[in-house]
Design a protein around this ligand. Structure first.
Ligand SMILES: [Zn+2]
Ligand SMILES: [Zn+2]
Length: 397
């Protein structure tokens, strides 16, 4: 099948056929956000929306994930995976929308409600008989919990979701990218995200008698500053890397020098060799400073999400399909990766595939309490996912 041909009209078809339903589903999920692996009600809403479709359904995958499988018209083609994340964030919503979160301190501030309903829309589209007969392989619709920490993607891979799948795709709504534009690239598109905790040990005492103590607060202050030199002075300036100290804690009263201090933060890298090198250098620097100031430091470092690395052919296919659907000027090849992270990376460690950003224009950023988007994007995203499955199922397995 010619990529560009046959896609015209697909957005319109999705909008007319399922537009209202997928907007209603998105709002329903938005009103009742769930965190981490606890996406039980969201999974129920997905199952209700898929009810009656010719799908083979597996529930309880990675705790509360759902995997739905559609056999195409021709059964000799490859299996294509489409994945959406379902979890929300611990943020108090401030959008003022009529369907705003009813769960205090929880919000779909990363658009996963949209991703989930777009994937349901893609399933409904592909299940229509006249579309299904154009599908030469099998499609696995993967609804994943715990993207925002927890690594639901890793658990799904461990439970065998990637087995037998030839390629996999996922979308993420993307503020700052023009509305209705798809963007992706070959190779790294999102960074590896690791977490650290540094315990600074000193000896405490009276705030008026610092000479009788080893001041953990003073040590921590020097360590925060010195840690910034790891990226600034030890990493090749053209190599992307971030070291952020996001947490700092010590002390109980204004006149007590505390015995300990704690720093927490994240390291983002694209280069695997650099990723491995970071904890060693951080510990040497923190320890050197702490010991020089009569204290000590201990680093607890946790490798978390790996680099999200797109397959070159899959990224090319995604851009071609997006150009066919949205127009050439709305399929953009990205230059630089984002230093954000994504646990779709675990699927891409196992399988070729591509992670694609879908622009929602100039709106409040992801992970902010005012994040909101024009729901017109949902029909477009659902059409893009369906088209990706149709096109990738034409590839030889
Ligand atoms: Zn997020
Ligand atoms: Zn997200």
């Amino acid at each position: 099948m010619d990529v560009a041909r046959g896609l015209e009209g697909l957005i319109e078809e999705v909008r007319e056929g399922f537009g209202e339903e997928i907007v209603a589903l998105r709002r329903d999920i938005h009103r009742e956000p769930e965190l981490g692996f606890d996406t039980e009600k969201t999974a129920e809403k997905v199952l209700a929306a898929l009810d009656g479709l010719p799908l083979e359904i597996e529930t309880g995958v990675a705790h509360n994930g759902v995997v739905a499988t559609l056999m195409g018209g021709g059964d000799d083609g490859p299996t294509v995976g489409l994945r959406a994340d379902m979890d929300a964030l611990p943020i108090h919503e401030e959008t003022g929308l009529p369907f705003a979160s009813e769960a205090d301190g929880k919000m779909h501030a990363c658009g996963h409600d949209g991703h989930t309903s777009m994937l349901v829309g893609a399933a409904k589209t592909l299940c229509q008989e006249h579309v299904r007969e154009r599908l030469s392989g099998t499609v696995k619709f993967v609804f994943q919990p715990a993207e925002e920490g927890g690594g639901g993607g890793r658990v799904m891979v461990e439970e065998g979701v990637a087995e037998g799948v030839a390629s996999i795709f996922a979308l993420h709504l993307w503020p700052g990218l023009p509305f209705g534009t798809a963007a992706t690239k070959a190779g790294p598109i999102m960074a590896a995200a690791d977490a650290f905790e540094l315990k600074i040990k000193g000896s405490g005492g009276h705030g008026a008698m610092p000479h009788l103590t080893a001041d953990a607060v003073a040590i921590a202050a020097h360590v925060v500053t010195a840690l910034q030199t790891v990226v600034a002075r030890e990493v090749d300036p053209v190599e992307p890397a971030v070291l952020t100290v996001g947490e700092i804690g010590a002390g109980t009263a204004f006149n007590i020098i505390p015995e300990t201090a704690r720093l927490g933060g994240t390291v983002r890298t694209i280069n695997d060799e650099l990723r491995e090198r970071m904890p060693g250098r951080m510990e040497e620097i923190a320890r050197g400073i702490a010991r020089g100031m009569r204290g000590d430091a201990e680093l607890d470092y946790r490798f978390s999400y790996p680099v999200t690395r797109n397959d070159a052919d899959a990224a090319k296919l995604a851009l071609k399909v997006a150009a066919g659907l949205f127009g050439e000027d709305r399929a953009v090849e990205l230059g630089d990766p984002s230093m954000g992270a994504e646990d779709f990376a675990f699927f891409l460690e196992e399988l070729p595939g591509a992670y694609v950003w879908l622009g929602v224009g100039d709106v409040s950023g992801l992970h902010t309490p005012k994040f909101a988007f024009d729901e017109e994007i949902l029909s477009r995203g659902a059409a893009l996912l369906a088209a990706l499955a149709l096109e990738a199922s034409q590839q030889s397995s």
